[in-house]
Design a protein around this ligand. Structure first.
Ligand code: ADP
Length: 427
């Protein structure tokens, strides 16, 4: 122990005084501590409470390393919706209008169908004919995966897609939104591969808009498989492997029926038999798009490209209702609901006449053909009468061969707009 008093003599005197006070030398043992009065230390802050003292001492500068936070920032946990640079998170929480409400909104056509149904091919053709912008959702996702290869979230999505599953809904919608916002001046946009289920459809309506038309490409399962195998050989896409293909077909089968029904109830969907040559399918789609989106004018681009001879092979527009899932047999299920969204008095006749005038078609009325057939008392007429009497008109099946016979017997004119009018029956 060491003491360095300022005045050693004074210090010694005070110690002697202390010894006296304790009772003299006898009372002092070897371990008796003799020192001056303990002085209390002056308060460091001159009497202020500790909190306000700290406030006075700490500089106001926010860069000061020991700045106290009133609330600590939250600790982020990793999830599929979080990404390393947080830009995605910011986008997800941002609410924005995709289309400028002060300007006319681009027309939106959604093209749906099983993997390999020809969505890409038909979407591109539509875009070209009408001068619309084309967006493939599968392609958007693939591009993003390639451009953000080190990002954990997108690496996970890459795995999901390679396994044949659907990418997360909100991410997919965000990608579409971003893309749409980059092209505000388009007159129309064709979106290929969206939506895949009712949840996506609802989300699109909620966050983007109600589409103007949904094109559904119905194709036999066997044909889808064959096309996917062929594509795998040609393009080598990682998600065209056997397991992923089966998974995608199954997902499609599960989701498509409710999806088609959803759009049917809204009167937005048109179904096309995609089991045919791509030009035939496209011909039907064009006629339908002309009518639905451009009822009063010529298509904006390439309207002269349609080759009416395509219809000689009875291109069908089919309204498949919700029973179409088994697309495996070659029978076309033709239900009475009018895919043009027109009940009695809806203008089917007028539109037919316009088509006849525009394309030089022959107008065949299915109602008339059937009435003639019934009047003939043939074997077939008994079958038709039987179905009609049971009143189960929604489940009225034609197969394409029967229809052809019916029409060709009824008229020897070119079979140009048959399928169109077929949908006007039963009334
Ligand atoms: N709307 C979507 N929602 C979620 N995932 C999608 C969507 N569209 C495409 N994908 C993903 O991209 C994959 C490839 O899609 P796409 O290129 O349209 O090919 P295909 O028509 O053969 O399904 C899909 O299997 C799916 O994993």
């Amino acid at each position: 122990m060491c003491s360095k008093p300022e005045d050693p003599v004074e210090y010694l005197e005070s110690c002697l005084q202390k010894v006296k006070e304790l009772g003299g030398c006898d009372k002092v043992k070897w371990d008796t501590f003799v020192s001056q009065e303990k002085k209390t230390l002056p308060p460091l802050n001159g009497g202020q409470p500790r909190r306000s003292f700290l406030r006075n001492v700490m500089p106001e500068n926010s860069n000061f390393p020991y700045r106290r936070y009133d609330r600590l920032p939250p600790i982020h946990q990793f999830s599929i919706e979080s990404d390393t640079d947080l830009s995605e998170t910011a986008e997800l929480i941002e609410e924005y209008e995709v289309f400028d409400p002060t300007r006319p909104r681009p027309k939106i056509i959604l093209v749906i169908g099983g993997p390999g149904s020809g969505k890409g091919t038909q979407s591109l053709k539509i875009a070209e004919r009408y001068g619309f912008q084309y967006i493939s959702v599968g392609e958007l996702l693939r591009k993003k995966i390639h451009s953000t290869s080190s990002n954990r979230k997108w690496s996970l999505i890459a795995k999901i897609i390679t396994n044949g599953e659907l990418a997360p809904q909100e991410t997919t919608i965000t990608e579409i939104k971003q893309k749409l916002m980059q092209i505000p001046d388009e007159e129309g946009i064709v979106i290929d591969g969206f939506p895949r289920d009712v949840a996506q459809a609802l989300s699109f309506e909620d966050q983007i808009c109600t589409p103007d038309l949904v094109v559904f490409l119905a194709c036999a399962n066997q044909r889808l498989k064959e096309r996917l195998l062929k594509r795998a050989e040609q393009q080598g896409r990682p998600d065209d492997n056997l397991k992923a293909t089966q998974r995608r077909l199954m997902n499609f089968k599960q989701n498509a029926a409710p999806l088609v029904k959803y759009f049917q109830e809204k009167g937005l969907i048109m179904t096309f038999d995609a089991d045919r040559d791509e030009d035939e399918v496209f011909y039907d789609i064009s006629v339908a798009v002309d009518n639905k989106l451009f009822p009063n004018k010529e298509a904006t681009a390439g309207s002269g490209d349609l080759d009416p001879s395509m219809m000689l092979d009875t291109g069908e527009i089919i309204d498949t209702g919700s029973d179409y899932e088994d697309q495996g047999d070659d029978q076309l299920n033709v239900f009475g609901e009018d895919t043009m969204g027109g009940g009695p008095g809806s203008g089917k006749g007028t539109q037919c006449e316009k088509l006849v005038e525009k394309y030089g078609f022959t107008h065949l009325s299915t109602g008339e053909l059937l009435r003639n057939e019934l009047a003939s008392e043939s074997e077939r007429s008994k079958l038709i009468r039987d179905i009609m009497e049971r009143g189960d008109l929604r489940k009225f099946f034609f197969n394409s061969a029967q229809l052809l016979t019916l029409f060709s017997e009824g008229e020897d004119a070119q079979l140009l707009t048959i399928s169109y009018y077929m949908l006007a029956w039963p009334q």
